[in-house]
Design a protein. Structure first.
Length: 134
């Protein structure tokens, strides 16, 4: 199976699926996740959009980078790394977090610099794994 970055049609299909997912949301959640989507793209312009477990996600060098979603009462960012969550613990104070989730509301969105830091940390983690052959 070709990797999505090597398959423009698959990448376009994923982007269309994400657009459809976002279109189903209320205006406030859609705006919050569109902003999050933009912050992720700004931090990782070489990453590609994907769908993972039915929610919008981003892949970097063929590996999961982050994902995001909306729930009834909040939105979530999934860093896909316990180590990255731990490294950002102090910056996450005040946000509702779980093992692999950062929850926020459209009224109190996550700061773009925090998203950029998480995305860059995940990219560094993926690059290190690739360099060591994992």
């Amino acid at each position: 199976m070709p990797r999505m970055r090597d398959d423009p049609a698959a990448a376009a299909a994923a982007t269309a699926q994400i657009d459809t997912y976002l279109a189903t949301l209320g205006e406030d959640q859609r705006a919050a996740l569109q902003s999050l989507r933009g912050a992720i793209a700004d931090a990782a312009p070489e990453a590609i959009e994907a769908i993972s477990y039915g929610v919008p996600a981003v892949r970097y060098h063929g590996r999961p980078l982050v994902a995001y979603a909306a729930a009834k009462a909040h939105c979530s960012l999934f860093p896909m790394s316990g180590a990255v969550m731990g490294a950002h613990r102090a910056l996450l104070e005040g946000f509702d977090t779980a093992k692999g989730t950062i929850r926020f509301t459209p009224a109190r969105p996550r700061p773009a610099d925090l998203v950029a830091s998480i995305v860059r940390a995940r990219m560094t983690e993926i690059d290190a794994a690739r360099a060591s052959g994992r």
